[in-house]
Design a binder for this molecule. Structure first.
Ligand SMILES: Cc1cc2nc3c(=O)[nH]c(=O)nc-3n(C[C@H](O)[C@H](O)[C@H](O)COP(=O)(O)OP(=O)(O)OC[C@H]3O[C@@H](n4cnc5c(N)ncnc54)[C@H](O)[C@@H]3O)c2cc1C
Length: 463
C-alpha cells in the first residue's frame, strides 16, 4: 500500500492521469485485451508525455514497485497489467506525424494499428502492421511485427528507423543506426526488455489506398487438400502477396450465406499489392483449386482489410495461445491439424488456427541487423483458444495445449516472440538464435541489470 504523501508527490509532478483502486475508472483501466487476465495494480499511470514516463519509472524504482508497461494492451499473456505494482500506461501517447515527402512517420507508443494506418493512408502510405486493427504498435514492433504487407516490406522492425527510449535509470536515449546501435539492435526483436519506447520513427512505403485482398473460403472437409495445394503454391507467389490460412467457424456476417453460418471452414486470407487485374491473375490457381464456398477476394481499401479480422478478436475475449514455427506442412502434420480442428465446433466460435506464410522480405533482410531470429521460418502456426467469461477455461486451455503438444514434433523448435503465451525462460530463449540470445543477455546486463522491466518475454540479466 502506497502512503498518501508519496502518492501526492507523484501526482504533483505528473501531467497525465493517475488512477488508483478507489477511482471510478479503475475497473476499466486495469483491464487488458485478454479478458482472462484479472490483475489489480496499485496504480495506473496514464502518461501524457515522455516526462511522465521518466517520472513513473523513477517512482517505481524508488518505491520498489513492479512495472507493467502497456502499449495497446494486446499481449496475450497480459504483460500490460500486474498485481500490486504500477502500470505505465502509454495509451494516451498517440501522436502521429507523417512526413509524406520523406515517407516517414514519428509515432507515439499508444497508437493502435488502426490509428496508425488512418494517419499514413491519408497519404497513400503504410508499413507492415497487424492483422487486427486494435493491436498496439509498440509491443508489436518490439517483438518483430508481421501482417498483410510482410512479404513485400518485411517485418515492422525492418521499417523502424529509430526510437526514443527511457532507460531503467530514467535517462532518455535515442536508439538508431548511428546512436546507441547496440540498443537499436536489441529493441528490434528483443521486446520491452531494455527500456520504454516513447516514440518510434518508421519508414513508410506507397500502399493502396486500395489493395486487392479478402479471403477465399472452403468447407473444412477440404482442409487437407487445400493445405496440400497451399504448401506448394504460397512459396511460388510474388512478394506482393501475403497470405494466412485460417481454420474457423463461419461468422454471422452479411458476406456468409445463411446456411454456412456456424459451419467449420478453412479460408485463405490474402492481401496483394497491385491492381484487380494482376490480383485476379496471381490468385487464379487458388480459385481454380476448387470452387470456393465464399469468394471475397477483390479490390478493398487497405484500412478495411486491416479490420477484416477485428470481429474475431473483440476486447475482453478470454484467450490462450500456443505457437510454433514450421518449415513444412507435411501430410502427417496436416492429418493432426484436420483431426484436432474437427472439434472446433464444440469449443467456441472465436477459436481458430492460423497458418501464416512468411519468406519473401522477412528472409531477405540482413539477419545480423537485429535481434530478431529465425528469419528462414516458412510458416508460423498459431493455435488460438478464445472463449467468453461464462465458459470453462480449462476445456479451452487443455485443447490448445494438447493440440500444441501434437504438432510440436513437426515444428522447428522455435516460436514467434509476440505470440508466446507462457513466457518461460526456455521458450524465450528458443525465440532467438543462441548467439543472439547471448548478446541480448549482455545488453540486458548493460541497460537493465536489475531487471526492472521483467514483466515481458523476459531476458534475464546475469549480473
Ligand atoms: C488479437 C491479436 C492480434 C494480433 N495480431 C498480430 C499480428 O498480426 N502480427 C503480429 O506480429 N502480432 C500480432 N499480435 C501479437 C502482438 O504483436 C503482441 O500481442 C504485442 O505485444 C501487442 O502489442 P501491444 O502494444 O498491444 O501490447 P501490450 O500488451 O501493451 O504490451 C506488451 C509488452 O510489450 C512491451 N511494450 C509495450 N509497449 C512498450 C513500449 N512503449 N516500450 C517498451 N516496451 C513496451 C512490454 O513488455 C509489454 O509487456 C496480435 C495480438 C492479438 C491479441
Amino acid at each position: 500500500m502506497l502512503e498518501e504523501s508519496v502518492l501526492k508527490k507523484f501526482r504533483g509532478g505528473f501531467h497525465g492521469q493517475v488512477i488508483i483502486p478507489s477511482d471510478n475508472d479503475y475497473e476499466s483501466a486495469r483491464k487488458v485485451w485478454n479478458g482472462m487476465i484479472d490483475k489489480h495494480p496499485a496504480l495506473i499511470a496514464k502518461c501524457k508525455d515522455e516526462n511522465d514516463v521518466v517520472s513513473a519509472i523513477n517512482f517505481a524504482r524508488t518505491n520498489r514497485l513492479t512495472i507493467a508497461v502497456r502499449g495497446g494492451g494486446h499481449n496475450v499473456a497480459g504483460f500490460g497489467t500486474c498485481d500490486d505494482g504500477i502500470v505505465i500506461d502509454l495509451t494516451n501517447m498517440k501522436n502521429a506525424e507523417v512526413d509524406p515527402k520523406a515517407k516517414t512517420i514519428v509515432a507515439g507508443p499508444g497508437l493502435t494499428w488502426g490509428e496508425f494506418d488512418k494517419a499514413t493512408q491519408a497519404h497513400g502510405l503504410a508499413t507492415t502492421g497487424g492483422l487486427v486493427s486494435s493491436t498496439g504498435i509498440a509491443g508489436f514492433t518490439l517483438g518483430g511485427g508481421f501482417g498483410w504487407l510482410v512479404r513485400k516490406l518485411g517485418l515492422t522492425i525492418d521499417n523502424l528507423l529509430s526510437a526514443e527510449v527511457v532507460l531503467a535509470d530514467g535517462k532518455h536515449v535515442t536508439a538508431s543506426p548511428t546512436e546507441n546501435q547496440d540498443l537499436f539492435w536489441g529493441i528490434r526483436g528483443g521486446g520491452g526488455n531494455f527500456g520504454i519506447v516513447t516514440s518510434f520513427k518508421y519508414k513508410l512505403s506507397p500502399v493502396g489506398p486500395e489493395v486487392y485482398g479478402g479471403a477465399i473460403f472452403h468447407p473444412i472437409a477440404k482442409a487437407k487438400e487445400l493445405l496440400q495445394f497451399y504448401r506448394k503454391w504460397a512459396p511460388t507467389t510474388p512478394e506482393e502477396l501475403s497470405t494466412t490460412t485460417v481454420f474457423l467457424t463461419a461468422p454471422p456476417e452479411p458476406f456468409v450465406p445463411k446456411e454456412l453460418v456456424g459451419s467449420q471452414m478453412i479460408a485463405v486470407a490474402l492481401c496483394y499489392l497491385g491492381s484487380k487485374e494482376d490480383g485476379d491473375k496471381v490468385i487464379e490457381p487458388l480459385r481454380n483449386f476448387a470452387r470456393p464456398a465464399i469468394d471475397l477476394a477483390g479490390p478493398i481499401p487497405y484500412t478495411a482489410l486491416q479490420g477484416m479480422f477485428d470481429g474475431s478478436a473483440p476486447k475482453g475475449i478470454h484467450s490462450y495461445w500456443r505457437t510454433e514455427h514450421m518449415q513444412d506442412l507435411g501430410d502427417k502434420l496436416l492429418d493432426v491439424l484436420v483431426e484436432q480442428t474437427s472439434s472446433l465446433k464444440s469449443l467456441s466460435p472465436f477459436t481458430a488456427v492460423h497458418i501464416h506464410h512468411w519468406e519473401g522480405a522477412v528472409k531477405k533482410a540482413n539477419p545480423k541487423e537485429s535481434a530478431f531470429s529465425h528469419r528462414d521460418t516458412r510458416f508460423v502456426m498459431n493455435i488460438i483458444g478464445a472463449w467468453t467469461a461464462e465458459e470453462d477455461p480449462d476445456k479451452h486451455i487443455k485443447w490448445v495445449r494438447s493440440f500444441s503438444d501434437l504438432i510440436k514434433p513437426f515444428g522447428s523448435g522455435s516460436q514467434y516472440f509476440n505470440f508466446i503465451a507462457d513466457a518461460t525462460e526456455d521458450k524465450v530463449k528458443a525465440a532467438f538464435d543462441a548467439d543472439k540470445y547471448k548478446k541480448l543477455v549482455e545488453l540486458k546486463n548493460k541497460y537493465d541489470p536489475n531487471n526492472l522491466f521483467h514483466l515481458n518475454q523476459n531476458i534475464k540479466p546475469t549480473v
